[in-house]
Write a protein that binds this ligand. Structure first.
Ligand code: FE2
Length: 378
C-alpha cells in the first residue's frame, strides 16, 4: 500500500499558492468541424449555444462556437483554410483539447511568475477590448502541445470575450443534462515524464501533489499506469497526470499516446448533482458509456459502505462508487467522443469525497481494456 490518501484540508493549507487561480475559465478544443461538433455538444451532452466568432465577425482563418453548461464553457474551433496552425494540430492529434484557460485576477502577474519559475511562453500578455471592457490574456505551454491561457476579467462586463458575439439558436436548444463545472482534467504523458510535469505544476504554478497512485494501485491482469494528482491552493483545479507503467500488454495511456501522437488531455471530468438523471439523459441522447460487469456491484458496498442511492439504478447505468476519508463519489466514463481513442468525458458526483479513491481504477481500466481489445490496441 503506497502513501496515497492524505487529508486534503491540511495539504491545501500548506499549498504555496503564489499564483492565485480562481478556477477554470474555458477549455478550447481544436476540432475538424466546429459547427457539427457544437451540435453534438448541445444535442448529446446538454450544452447551450453561447457565443460565436467566424467570417461574420471578421475572422478569416478560423471559426469558433462556444457552448456552455453550468459554469463550463467550451470553445470549439476549426480552420477555414489549409495550412493553419489549428489545422496542423488537428492533423497531428485529431480532435482534442488545445487550451485549458485559467481565470486569474492578474494575467500579467501570473505570466511573469510562471516565466520566472521556468515556464515556456505561449502568448505574451495581450489586451483585447470591445465596448464592454478589457480582457488581459497571457499563456504558457504545458505537456505536449497543450497550453494554459491566463484570463483576467476584472475590467470586462461583456458576454464572453471581445471578438465573440452571442450565439443564439431560437429553434434548437436541447435542455441541459445537469453538468455544473469542470471537476478535474487529466493529462496523459510519456513514460518517465509524470514527475517532470508534477514538478512543473508545483514549481511554476504553485500546485500541491495531493495524491499518488503507483502501478500497484492502478493495475489489471494486463496493464498498469501511474498517476499523481496536483491541485491549486483553493482546490478548485485538479489535474491528475498519468504515465504508462510496464505491463504484459499496452496500457490505455500507451494507446492514447499512440493515437494522439503525443501527450495531451485524456479526459474532462464534469460534475453533476444527480448522476443517475444526468447519465440516463445522456444515454437517451446517444452518448455511449463504458459498461461494468454485474460482479462489480456484488461487493462494492462492502468496500465503500453505506450510500444514499439505491444500487439498482447505478448498476443499470454502470456507475461506479468509490470513497476517500471524507465521503464517497459516483463516477462513470464515456467512450471516446472522436474517431481516435483519445479524449473522453467523465461524469462525477461527489458526496463528501473531495479527492479520489483507488477502488474504481481496476474496474474502470478493465472496462477500457475490453474496449481496447475490441479495437485491437491492447
Ligand atoms: Fe477522472
Amino acid at each position: 500500500m503506497s502513501n496515497t490518501h492524505q487529508a486534503l484540508p491540511k495539504i491545501f493549507k500548506d499549498a504555496k499558492d503564489f499564483m492565485p487561480l480562481n478556477g477554470t475559465d474555458y477549455i478550447e478544443l481544436y476540432v475538424s468541424n466546429a459547427k457539427q461538433a457544437a451540435y453534438f455538444y448541445k444535442a448529446a451532452l446538454g450544452f447551450q449555444s453561447y457565443a460565436y466568432a467566424g467570417l461574420e465577425t471578421g475572422l478569416k482563418e478560423y471559426e469558433s462556437y462556444v457552448v456552455s453548461q453550468g459554469k463550463i464553457k467550451l470553445i470549439l474551433t476549426s480552420p477555414l483554410k489549409s495550412n493553419t496552425v489549428i489545422g496542423k494540430h488537428i492533423d497531428n492529434h485529431g480532435d482534442g483539447v488545445k487550451v485549458v484557460a485559467l481565470w486569474v485576477d492578474n494575467a500579467v502577474d501570473a505570466y511573469n511568475t510562471a516565466m520566472e519559475k521556468g515556464a515556456r511562453s505561449y502568448m505574451e500578455p495581450e489586451i483585447i477590448k470591445d465596448n464592454e471592457g478589457t480582457i488581459i490574456r497571457s499563456g504558457i505551454h504545458t505537456y505536449g502541445e497543450t497550453v494554459h491561457i491566463f484570463v483576467e476579467r476584472t475590467d470586462y462586463t461583456g458576454h464572453f470575450l471581445p471578438g465573440f458575439i452571442r450565439w443564439e439558436t431560437p429553434d434548437f436548444n436541447p435542455s441541459s443534462v445537469g453538468l455544473k463545472y469542470i471537476d478535474h482534467m487529466v493529462g496523459n504523458v510519456k513514460l518517465g515524464q509524470m514527475n517532470k510535469w508534477v514538478n512543473f505544476y508545483e514549481e511554476v504554478m504553485g500546485f500541491t501533489n495531493i495524491l499518488t497512485f503507483d502501478d500497484k494501485d492502478i493495475s489489471t491482469e494486463y496493464t498498469a499506469l501511474m498517476s499523481k494528482v496536483v491541485s491549486n491552493g483553493n482546490g478548485r483545479i485538479k489535474f491528475p497526470i498519468n504515465e504508462p507503467a510496464e505491463g504484459r500488454k499496452r496500457s490505455q495511456v500507451d494507446e492514447y499516446l499512440d493515437f494522439y501522437e503525443g501527450e495531451g488531455v485524456q479526459h474532462l471530468a464534469v460534475a453533476t448533482d444527480d448522476i443517475v438523471t444526468t447519465v440516463q439523459q445522456m444515454r437517451n441522447r446517444g452518448v455511449e458509456f463504458l459498461t461494468i460487469p454485474d460482479s462489480y456491484y456484488e461487493t462494492v458496498l462492502d468496500r465503500v459502505g453505506k450510500i444514499d442511492e439505491d444500487l439498482k439504478p447505478l448498476q443499470d447505468l454502470g456507475i461506479l462508487i468509490d470513497r476517500d476519508e471524507e465521503g464517497y463519489l459516483l463516477q462513470i466514463f464515456t467512450k471516446p467522443i472522436e474517431p481516435r481513442p483519445t479524449l473522453f468525458f467523465e461524469i462525477i458526483q461527489r458526496k463528501g469525497a473531495q479527492s479520489f479513491g483507488k477502488g474504481n481504477f481496476k474496474a474502470l481500466f478493465e472496462a477500457i481494456e475490453r474496449e481496447q481489445s475490441i479495437r485491437g490496441t491492447l
